[in-house]
Design a protein around this ligand. Structure first.
Ligand SMILES: C=C(O[C@@H]1C=C(C(=O)O)C=C[C@H]1O)C(=O)O
Length: 482
């Protein structure tokens, strides 16, 4: 069990280290220059919370380009945007909460409780302190290429953050530690406000890096064999559904500019989440996923069963035909119903569940079947409890979960890392919102690895399922290709 080791967020008071080299000094005035390699990795950021005060100061500012802000922010960098208009961009870390192993959720909750024990803040609820990050698909995930720098779970409390909501923009500066004082944080906020005022209001979204070469990690023959084996298992009875995924490695012609990619997603996928989690200068995980895992506000949980895919039509009629096909295709309806049922079952122990009406949800290049599901929780619950109960839903794992995991492990030829896993934020109240990390990639420098998967049920056809992967790579691939 590794959870304890990495998850004890030891705050800034790094015992046994000389003051001048402590992370606090490095972070006291995080530079607003483009991030530099020396800022990357654990050296330049606090690695724990073991007591201290969280002090956060916020002021309203004139709106600024989030791309420009992110370009100048130091790593770790995070960005989070929702279809209903909340946008966050953060640079540097006032604190890092991370965990590994089977107890990673317990460990995160304990550290979160410590981190948020004493909060001294100003500003509107939209700009309240939140930690932003994600969790790997598997609890035993260990960082290896292309996932260097991504532990099994990691969340950052941004040192400097821009928040946009309801047509207003706020700048926040946050410190965590035994020595954090309102005066020092105010002072830093003054400095930051000046640098942010110098940023442009809009910045052109920049060029795409260009793709020199791509490689599928799974050949068509391997895919076909994998799907056939899964279908066989489903027909012989110990498995009902499994989601099999593939990865696409791309060599880029020039270095990828992650803030520019996010800025373009803002225009191309406004109806999706848009996120970036970039622990180090080397690589970031990002994408515009359509799927909500959970939104929790007080005792209310909102989630959804999203599954079954069709492309968008070129004409209104063609599009409607494709949607009608989704709604009447027995295989797709069954596949999506399994997801809705399992989500409702997993929420039932936590509260009173309401399953809404199934509809077709349309996104820029794809449509899915979606059933909204809500729950009113009976007891005080942290959003991480709900994440733990739901992840992985059968939209990205399978049913029964343990069988599906075995099949995924036996079949997939790449490391899912943070793909298809929870990505989002939580706050001092235990509220939060998480998307499922789909339509996503991990990328840095001239390398990108994209991910896409499909739900396999008894009558799945390997060729049709292979074809369904294409549109799921598109959102990111379109931002890489010139
Ligand atoms: C697994 C992915 O998507 C999931 C699988 C779907 C399907 O099987 O049709 C549809 C939506 C998502 O729940 C992905 O985008 O990689």
């Amino acid at each position: 069990m590794f959870a304890r080791v990495r998850s004890t967020i030891a705050g800034f008071a790094t015992r046994g280290r000389s003051r001048s080299k402590s992370p606090k000094d490095t972070l006291k005035n995080p530079p607003l220059e483009p991030f530099v390699m020396a800022q990357a990795g654990n050296e330049a950021r606090p690695s724990g919370v073991d007591g201290g005060r969280l002090v956060s100061r916020t002021r309203e500012v004139a709106d600024r380009s989030f791309r420009a802000f992110l370009e100048t922010a130091s790593v770790p960098r995070v960005a989070w945007a929702t279809p209903d208009g909340l946008e966050l961009a953060g640079g540097g870390a006032a604190a890092v909460v991370s965990a590994e192993g089977p107890d990673r959720f317990d460990s995160l909750r304990e550290d979160a409780a410590r981190l948020f024990e004493t909060v001294d803040r100003t500003g509107p609820p939209a700009a309240r302190p939140r930690v932003v990050g994600g969790i790997a698909f598997d609890a035993d995930h260990a960082p290896a290429p292309p996932w260097e720098g991504f532990p099994a779970a990691e969340f950052f409390l941004p040192a400097v953050q821009l928040t946009r909501a309801d047509g207003r923009t706020w700048l926040s500066v946050t410190e965590y530690g035994p020595d954090a004082t309102p005066e020092a944080v105010e002072e830093r906020l003054d400095e930051r406000a000046e640098s942010v005022a110098d940023l442009p209001m809009m910045s052109p979204s920049g060029g795409r890096p260009g793709v020199a070469a791509t490689r599928r990690t799974t050949t068509k023959a391997e895919w076909t064999a994998g799907v056939e084996r899964a279908v066989e298992r489903i027909r012989t009875g110990d498995l009902r559904k499994v989601v099999l995924a593939t990865a696409l490695a791309a060599d880029l012609e020039t270095e990828i500019d992650l803030p520019a990619v996010l800025e373009r997603f803002r225009r191309t996928y406004p109806e999706c989440y848009r996120f970036l989690v970039q622990p180090t200068a080397d690589a970031g995980f990002f994408g515009p996923p359509p799927e909500r895992l959970v939104r929790m506000t007080g005792s209310r949980v909102e989630t959804e069963a999203l599954a079954g895919s069709a492309e968008r039509g070129d004409t209104h009629e063609g599009d409607a035909d494709l949607a009608a096909g989704l709604e009447t295709d027995a295989k797709t309806v069954h596949e999506q119903a399994l997801v809705a049922e399992a989500i409702a079952d997993r929420l039932a122990p936590l509260g009173d569940v309401t399953v809404g009406e199934r509809r077709v949800a349309k996104f820029a290049n794809i449509q899915h079947l979606r059933t909204p599901i809500t729950a009113d929780l009976r007891e005080e619950t942290h959003v991480l409890d709900v994440v733990e109960a739901l992840h992985p839903t059968p939209a990205v794992g399978g049913l029964p979960l343990e069988r599906a995991r075995e099949v995924i492990d036996e079949t997939e030829t790449f490391d899912r890392g943070w793909y298809a896993a929870p990505v989002g934020w939580f706050d001092a109240a235990g509220d939060g919102e998480f998307a499922v990390g789909l339509r996503s990639a991990v990328a840095g420098g001239r390398r990108a690895t994209l991910f896409a998967g499909d739900g396999i049920v008894a009558d799945s056809d390997p060729d049709a399922e292979w074809a369904e992967l294409g549109p799921k790579f598109r959102p990111v691939l379109d931002e890489l290709e010139r």
